[in-house]
Design a protein around this ligand. Structure first.
Ligand code: UTP
Length: 416
C-alpha cells in the first residue's frame, strides 16, 4: 500500500495536485480505496489541457459554416410511404433500439432526484420515464415487437434511477432482457487555479461528462456489443426531458436506410430567427450543429429562395445512428466544452464550502460534436407540436418548463 501511495504522491506532485490527499487519513477504509482508485484513474494531462483551454478564446471563429440540406417529413409526398415501408420492415425485424440519455443533473429544473422521475403534473401523474416508456410500448405493439430500451445514467443518479424503475416494476419491461442501464463517464471539476476539487466526502469532485459521453459509454459498457448480439442495427438516441419524443419513427429509419447514411437527425424549424437553439449546419464541410451564441445576426436571418431560414433546423436531441456509427464515434475522444458552475467542495482545512456564485469549471462533451465523423447525414424536419415538449426549466421561467410541456402533451394526446 505504501508504495502505491508513494507513486500516487509522485504523480500528484508532478501535476501540482498534492492537496487531493490532504484528507486521506480521515477517510474510512472503503473511501480510502475509492480515493486511490480515483486518483490513479485521472488523466492529469487532459485536466491540464482542459484548464489551459479555459483561458483561450473559442477557436471556432475560423470555421467555415454552410447550410445543410434537410427533408421536410410532411412534404415528402409519395416518398413518405416509400420511406415508411422501409423503416417498418426494419423495425419489425427487431433492428431498432432506443437509448435515453438520463445522466444529466437537471440543474435548471431543480428537481430533487433524477429528471426522469419528474412528474410534469398530468392527471395521471406519470413520470417522464413512464411517459417515454408508454410511447415505446405503444410503438412496439404496432410492430408486434418490444423495442429494447437502454438508459444512460450518471454515477450520481444511477442508484436512484434503477430503484425508481424497480419500484415501478420496470413499467412492464424486463431488466437485462429488453431494458438495460449503463453509466456514463465522469471528469473531475477544477477551480479557477486548475486545482481539482475535493468533494464533501473527501473524494474527488466528479461530474458527468456531458451527453457527448454517450458514444464512449455505450461502447465501454459493452452495450453496443449487446445490441449486436440482439440483432440491433439502429439506435435512436434521445433525451429524457422531451415528453413528446418519438423514438420509433419508421420514416426517419427509412430515410437513413434508403440514403445509406449512418446518422439521421430530426429537426424542428426555429420558432423565430433568434430563438436560442443550436441549428444543423455544415462545419468545414462536415455535418454539425452551430450554437446560437456562435451564429451572427445576418446568418440567423438569412433565407433561401423559398423564404425558409438557411439555418433554421433546430437540433432537438432526436437522432438515429447505426450501431457501427456509434462504435466509430465512441472510439475517438470528443472535444470538451467548459461550463463555469457553482460547486460545493471541501477546502484545505476540511471545511465544506457552499459557494453562492460560480467557482468551478465543469467539462462536458456534446453529442453533436461527433457528427463530423460522418461525411453525410440526413436531417428530417418534423412538427414541433408533435415531437418537442422539453422540460428544462422550473415553471417560474415560463418556457420549456413542466407547464408548457404538460400543455403540449395534453394537446397532442387530446387529454385536456
Ligand atoms: P441538458 O443539456 O438539458 O442538461 O441535457 P440537464 O442535465 O438535463 O439539465 P441542466 O443543464 O443541468 O439544467 C439534455 C439531455 O442530455 C442528458 C440529460 O439527462 C437530458 O436528457 N444528459 C446531459 C446526460 O445524459 N448526461 C449529461 O452529462 C448531460
Amino acid at each position: 500500500m505504501d508504495t502505491r501511495i508513494e507513486e500516487i504522491k509522485g504523480v500528484l506532485k508532478k501535476y501540482n495536485q498534492e492537496h487531493l490527499l490532504n484528507h486521506y487519513d480521515k477517510l474510512d477504509e472503503t473511501n480510502k480505496k475509492i480515493l486511490l482508485d480515483e486518483l490513479e484513474n485521472i488523466d492529469y494531462e487532459l485536466i491540464n489541457s482542459l484548464y489551459n483551454n479555459t483561458k483561450k478564446e473559442d477557436k471556432h471563429g475560423q470555421d467555415e459554416i454552410t447550410p445543410i440540406d434537410y427533408l421536410d417529413k410532411y412534404k415528402l409526398n409519395d416518398k413518405y410511404k416509400y420511406y415508411e415501408n422501409i423503416g417498418k420492415k426494419a423495425i419489425k425485424e427487431g433492428k431498432l433500439a432506443a437509448v435515453t440519455m438520463a445522466g444529466g443533473q437537471g440543474t435548471r429544473l431543480g428537481h430533487n432526484g433524477p429528471k426522469g422521475t419528474y412528474d410534469i403534473g398530468l392527471n395521471s401523474h406519470k413520470s417522464l420515464f413512464e411517459l417515454l416508456c408508454d410511447s415505446l410500448k405503444e410503438e412496439g405493439k404496432k410492430y408486434n415487437t418490444t423495442i429494447p430500451w437502454f438508459i444512460m445514467t450518471s454515477k450520481e443518479n444511477n442508484k436512484a434511477t434503477v430503484e425508481f424503475f424497480e419500484k415501478n416494476k420496470y413499467f412492464g419491461y424486463q431488466k437485462d432482457k429488453n431494458l438495460f442501464f449503463f453509466i456514463q463517464g465522469e471528469l473531475p471539476m477544477i477551480d479557477t487555479e486548475g486545482k481539482i476539487l475535493v468533494d464533501e466526502n473527501g473524494l474527488i469532485k466528479l461530474a458527468a461528462d456531458g451527453h457527448g459521453g454517450i458514444y464512449e459509454s455505450l461502447v465501454k459498457s459493452k452495450m453496443t456489443e449487446k445490441m449486436k448480439q440482439l440483432g440491433i442495427e439502429w439506435v435512436f438516441i434521445g433525451g429524457v426531458d422531451n415528453c413528446l419524443v418519438k423514438m420509433v419513427d419508421p420514416v426517419l429509419m427509412g430515410v437513413a436506410i434508403d440514403k445509406k447514411v449512418t446518422v439521421a437527425c430530426k429537426s424542428v424549424v426555429k420558432a423565430n430567427p433568434h430563438e436560442k437553439v443550436g441549428v444543423f449546419c455544415k462545419r468545414n464541410g462536415k455535418p454539425n450543429v452551430i450554437e446560437y451564441s456562435e451564429i451572427t445576426d445576418e446568418m440567423a436571418e438569412a433565407t433561401d429562395e423559398n423564404g425558409e431560414l438557411l439555418y433554421g433546423e433546430s437540433h432537438i436531441l432526436c437522432n438515429l445512428f447505426s450501431v457501427d456509427a456509434v462504435e466509430r464515434m465512441g472510439a475517438n475522444p470528443l472535444p470538451y466544452h467548459v461550463a463555469y458552475k457553482k460547486a460545493k467542495y471541501m477546502d484545505k482545512n476540511g471545511d465544506i464550502v457552499v459557494p453562492d456564485s460560480p467557482n468551478a469549471y465543469k467539462f462536458e462533451a456534446f453529442l453533436f460534436d461527433a457528427f463530423g465523423e460522418v461525411d453525410e447525414m440526413a436531417v428530417l424536419r418534423v412538427k414541433r407540436e408533435e415531437e418537442f415538449a422539453p422540460v428544462k426549466n422550473s415553471d417560474t421561467a415560463g418556457t420549456d418548463c413542466p407547464k408548457t410541456a404538460r400543455e403540449l402533451y395534453e394537446k397532442y394526446y387530446n387529454l385536456s
